[in-house]
Write a protein that binds this ligand. Sequence first.
Ligand SMILES: NC(=O)C1=CN([C@@H]2O[C@H](COP(=O)(O)OP(=O)(O)OC[C@H]3O[C@@H](n4cnc5c(N)ncnc54)[C@H](O)[C@@H]3O)[C@@H](O)[C@H]2O)C=CC1
Ligand SMILES: O=C(O)[C@@H]1CCC=N1
Length: 268
Amino acid sequence: MYTNFRMTKKITIIGGGNLGQSIAHGLLSKNYNPSNITITRNKIELLSNLKLKGLTVTNNNVEAVKNTHIIIIAVKPYKIENVLQQIDSHLKKNAIIVSVVSDYSIESISKNLKTKVSIIRAMPNTAASVNESITCLATQNASKEELEDVTKIFDTLGDTLLINEQLMDAATVLGACGIAYVLRFIRGMIQGGIEIGFDAQTATNIATQTVRGATELLIKNGNHPEAEIDKVTTPKGCTIAGLNQMEHSGFSSALIKGIKTSFDNISK
Ligand SMILES: NC(=O)C1=CN([C@@H]2O[C@H](COP(=O)(O)OP(=O)(O)OC[C@H]3O[C@@H](n4cnc5c(N)ncnc54)[C@H](O)[C@@H]3O)[C@@H](O)[C@H]2O)C=CC1
Ligand SMILES: O=C(O)[C@@H]1CCC=N1
């Protein structure tokens, strides 16, 4: 993970919504020069917090891409074609299009652009705002240097993986939708914690740090989850009793089915 680099490349984020703003906040918190970041959306008043931090905020996509090297498109899938048509003839020769739009292929982006530019698909998540995203990247025509530049940007927002584009839908579900699944899990932990005696804030503190600890055990030890679970489950103890009850209620199965259902719904 890069933590201390300052890139001088200009970045434009088209679509300053949930993900676009998360990316902007993540870049700012790692000292990306705000004067090198432009962010667009129709209602620019909703970006006033970023404007105060020194970003260029505009609703003019054409102006926003004119002198920009890296253009991150973060609009909803049904809006990307409009955006591509709008910016096409205004792109710099060496521009790189980075699309975080789900279910919209590199081939589709290419077909909607007359200008020949490098295209990279990226699938980060909203934890980019706190520099803890996992971002999967895929490209067909970007050079090694271009891919390195874009990887550096997403490395400031968390971790980055290069994948085959065929796995982009799977990356969307596991990494991007995954934030919501984990949050719902944590909410369940908190609700359980309140029922057994903690106030909501204390339950939240315990649940969130426990999730962080479990995650670190896997990342730092590189173990299979069951190896770490074995260390917690005393024979005839309360952990295994609770865990088995969760499984009788379909805990793992619910997660697997949910992930599969999300995947099946990507193109709907
Ligand atoms: N929200 C998430 O966790 C993730 C979202 N994505 C993808 O990122 C994209 C954006 O998702 P969200 O941020 O959740 O949506 P959003 O609706 O919060 O943000 C999209 C923004 O684009 C703006 N917009 C619409 N048309 C525009 C135009 N012509 N020019 C400039 N701005 C325009 C909208 O006003 C809105 O603020 C989607 O394609 C989604 O699939 C990918 C990974 C995670
Ligand atoms: O739910 C969605 O459609 C988007 C894709 C990834 C995260 N949110």
